[in-house]
Design a protein around this ligand. Sequence first.
Ligand SMILES: *Cc1c(COP(=O)(O)O)cnc(C)c1O
Length: 414
Amino acid sequence: MFDRPVYLDHNATTPTDPTVLEAMLPFFCEHYGNAASRAHRYGWVAEQAYDDAREQVAALIGASRREIVFTSGATESNNLAIKGVAEMYADRGRHIVTVATEHHAVLDPCDYLRDHRGCDVTVLGVDAEGRVDVDAVAEAIGDETILISVMLASNETGTLQPLGDIARIAKDRGVLVHTDAVQAVGRIPVDVNELGVDLLSMSGHKLYGPKGVGALYVRRKGPRVRLSPQMHGGGHERGLRSGTLNTPGIVGMGAACDLARRTMADESSRQGGLRDRLERMLSERIPYIKQNGCVEARLPNTSNLTFAFVEGEALMMKMKTIAVSSGSACSSAADEASHVLRAMGLPEALAHASLRFSLGRGTDVADVDYAVDCLTRAVADLRRISPLYDAACDNGDASGIEWFSGEPKASETS
Ligand SMILES: *Cc1c(COP(=O)(O)O)cnc(C)c1O
């Protein structure tokens, strides 16, 4: 048994790596200087720490040090990128293109610009696998379009978007591209120049760094991207983000990026193997489950599964010893079916019957096998009292969904 729930919710947040914490600690009580103090050593030490961290963050995404702006997290990075472009380029146009499956930290700033700043926003749909159609993006671009914001990897399904193709088209048309790459950075290779993106958001606490720190990559060459700052004050971060910098957080973000760069390849294949094991075992043991998202283009650590005839929330309540997420962490509080799964065409009831499993560095085989056992039992228990499940077993399923595995097993129907 485990003394605390098995954590399979790494897309919601990750633990701070102990080596990251260790790197941060001297910057609380010892090196507490403010880099704005240019006249003494305390300030210089802080300045050097930012330089080093900027280098570490940049190295993970193929950027250069001066293209990294530190923020309080990806929500702020997304806001700065989207509102910053909309304001700065307002005289060129007011049209923004984004996708229905984006995180609310992208969708909500776009809604704000539409409702309060006179912008025109096109929200593109996705196919059943959660991918946006590159041609649809091309068609959505008009003379007024200034920005396309498309995430690299979905926090809910792990699905990867064809971002490189989108960026190529955008470049031809002179449109800037922003990507919320929070879930991709540190899990799969990300290179801003290979992708051809102009702005990229990342978050410390999604890659084993601390909470409350993030970064925005802002392209400096080809083109040089300009942004209207959203926070005004002392002119920190080259005027793009005023406010005394969070030194320990930034040092932690740098250390986390450095660690990710060194361990990513091994960890990705290890976690991918465990994720496949989870899906294989579940599909062998539980009938009527469906994998949501793209199979080929997907993060290695994420599995989003629908357990038909079961309420995701009820399932989670039954399994207090495994920590997972139903739909998105943000929408589960509002008890609304995930907007991501709905955009993929999943009916409301099936969206509610879905759980997200996101593995991490701490996940091992025992965790996966334990989760499989818990799920198998919990799903069977809930289905035993489900009249819909009874009916489906009698009729041989009527929902028209393509399930992972075939017929319900005899043991389940009795
Ligand atoms: C977690 C997350 C965010 C928000 O990041 P914070 O640093 O917590 O503000 C934004 N986008 C995606 C895809 C996320 O998963």
